[in-house]
Design a protein around this ligand. Structure first.
Ligand code: NCD
Ligand code: ZN
Length: 437
């Protein structure tokens, strides 16, 4: 049995008067004032802090198996717990690819052993992410890891017939297909957003239409298949409009935006620093603004980190040679506060919605993203909204250090994360089940 945890004097969703919250094994046991507990209970002072449901990340790259020099289930779980996450979805573009139950079950089991966050494996849609033949989605869905989301992320399932079949199959299995929307014929050699900045810097451009044409196509394919489709890392104003249109037609579409696309734009590329290379690329300020508005009005469902660790040698090189991707797990909340809460686009209820409730609903997790009520799962996070911190890559829990926020001072910080009644992170320290990292 996990000892009980009593959180004193905390404001739920940042609303109303502070209360005490008693967390037991698995569940929230009581919410009230001056709650009494036994001697063995762990007491956390929540004064000045906000309690939210634990965050759920639909888009994490943990690099295990294959690139354990850049991230592992262990190190990525530590980053997740420190970032306030109680569940993450580990993308399939590992080596070997997670296109079989052997790999998806391994990732799930490693996550359970480490015990810092529920690691849900994402299965590949196609064998080897090659876009030619459907992977055995049914077998992966039936494994112990119970795969509920499939994606070739890193690559687009661009063959329209194959995508149609995958959507049809997913509808009958009750699972979700998440699409990395990139028409590959429009992005040959592309390293940056196609626009004035890339033109001036002499960088090959990735046009907005490469993303938007796939979003439009897949919305129509999902409509015809009676399936749901999820759009990974929406990056353009046009994608927001297309998702809005599709939903108005009754199409079952959902979309995520990354913290970096909410904060950064392509003016960052002036330095030619590979740290800023990411797929889809950093776009223009007008896209950033549209993504913020889309997230605020619910057109974009949720924030997903696209946490993408890369080795120093793969980032610290010529811009066009740098691997695309940025760390995100430990900085996500602060970036959401900076871009959404501070400008008044979201309140704390809204943060709970986009970082926990909607992502849990999109993948059908019934033990995450739940209300902070008695009897609900004890998956919660405490946030200090008034603090600020300066980001330093080497201080983060990830093995890789490729944060685009180096030396930036960001608002708000996760102080405590609790998974099924057990503290997994507190003031930057993590408490894995294995007792070692
Ligand atoms: C991701 C990666 O490194 O695996 N890179 C990225 O730039 N986003 C793949 C992806 O999410 O497309
Ligand atoms: Zn992607």
């Amino acid at each position: 049995m996990t000892p009980q945890v009593l959180i004193r004097n905390v404001r739920l969703y940042g609303e109303g008067d502070p209360v005490d919250v008693l967390l037991g094994d698995e569940q929230i046991l009581a919410v009230g004032t001056d709650l009494e507990v036994g001697d063995d209970a762990e007491i956390v002072d929540g004064t000045g802090q906000i309690m939210l449901p634990g965050f759920v990340d639909l888009h994490t790259h943990l690099r295990e198996p294959g690139r354990e020099d850049t991230e592992t289930v262990d190190s990525g779980s530590a980053a997740a717990a420190r970032g306030g996450y109680t569940a993450v979805f580990a993308m399939a573009n590992t080596d070997p690819v997670a296109d079989s139950v052997v790999v998806t079950d391994h990732v799930w089991r490693r996550g359970r052993e480490v015990g810092l966050v529920d690691v849900h494996p994402v299965g590949a849609v196609t064998v080897g992410l090659e876009g030619k033949q459907l992977a055995e989605m049914g077998t992966m869905a039936a494994g112990v890891g119970g795969v509920r989301m499939f994606s070739d992320d890193g690559k687009c399932v661009y063959d329209p017939l194959l995508m149609r079949r995958a959507l049809e199959y997913s509808a009958s299995l009750g699972v979700l297909i998440a699409q990395h929307a990139e028409e590959p014929r429009l992005t040959v050699g592309a390293v940056a957003h196609e626009g004035p900045t890339a033109a001036r810097l002499g960088l090959a451009g990735w046009p907005r239409a490469a993303e938007e044409s796939i979003v439009a196509r897949d919305a129509l394919l999902a409509r015809d298949a009676g399936a749901r489709v999820h759009i990974c890392h929406a990056s353009t104003a046009g994608t927001v409009e297309l998702v809005r249109w599709a939903r108005s037609q009754g199409i079952a579409i959902s979309a995520e935006v990354t913290p970096h696309h909410l904060l950064l734009d392509d003016s960052r590329l002036e330095s030619y620093d590979g740290i800023n290379r990411v797929n889809p690329p950093l776009r223009e300020r007008s896209d950033v603004e549209a993504l913020r508005r889309g997230l605020a009005d619910g057109t974009i469902d949720c924030v997903a980190t696209d946490h993408a660790p890369h080795a120093e040698q793969d980032k610290c090189c010529e811009f066009s040679q740098a691997r695309p991707g940025m760390l995100g797990l430990e900085t996500a909340l602060s970036v959401v506060i900076e871009t959404m809460v501070r400008p008044g686009l979201l309140d704390w209820r809204g943060v709970a919605k986009v970082m926990s409730e909607r992502p849990a609903q999109i993948v059908g997790l019934d033990d995450q993203g739940r209300p902070l009520d008695v009897g609900e799962p004890a998956n919660v996070v405490l946030v200090d909204p008034d603090t600020e911190w300066t980001v330093h890559g080497p201080d983060l829990a990830s093995i890789s250090h490729n944060t685009p926020y180096e030396d930036m001072t960001l608002p708000g910080r996760v102080t405590t994360t609790v998974l099924r009644g057990r503290i997994t992170a507190r003031d930057g320290e993590v408490f894995p089940r294995t007792g070692e990292r």
